[in-house]
Design a binder for this molecule. Sequence first.
Ligand code: SF4
Length: 228
Amino acid sequence: METDNPTPPAPKLKNICIRCGTCCAKGGPAFHLEDRSLIDDGFIHTRHLYTIRKGEMVHDNVRSLVMPSSEEMIKIKGVEDSWQCTFFEEEEKTCKIYKHRPLECRILKCWDPSELAAIYEENRLTRQELLAGIAGLWDLVEEHERQCNYAKLKQSLNDLGGSFERAAVKAAISMVRYDQEVRRLVVSRGGMESDMTDFLFGRPLEKTIGQFGYGVRNRDGNFSLVRV
Ligand code: SF4
């Protein structure tokens, strides 16, 4: 049937990068073993990185789901509290480290994420790869993981029950305080720059505990666990 008002042609699907910056605004890449030389050769400093520890809740960009991270990830920090990659130049919509951008950035095609999906969980770079040769520092990172890993935190939160069982509250608060104290000590006594701590120990537990519906309040040195 002919009409005076034919259906307009379907818009062409995008099949090249138009530098819209959307992918860079949605969060920096996770690092893989192939990216290690970018750190070793000084193109990306660890102060620009942070660690997502195993069990931390993350937004999986490939599956578009929020889920516990099945393994550790090292990622590029966002600008302030946003997800926008710290190396994204917003005005020009360019990457400040374009020639040395990590693997995920090089292979991502937003119109066809299959190539990224194929390597997304392969060969992830970990803190152990980068730090195991540094005696003392790696021991500290391992001890931190033993004391306040997400499996322990979640266990203590699961044990709370409706009445905020005392031992479980104490355990959750102790982990948050331990995490705070380690960060404070590596800076004040260890001489570490404060912007290194999210790489060494992951994001602060006092923030990420909110992902599980709880917060720790400090009133004049008295710590309490609250629902948020
Ligand atoms: S490293 Fe560059 S390409 Fe990759 S997300 Fe950041 S700004 Fe974008």
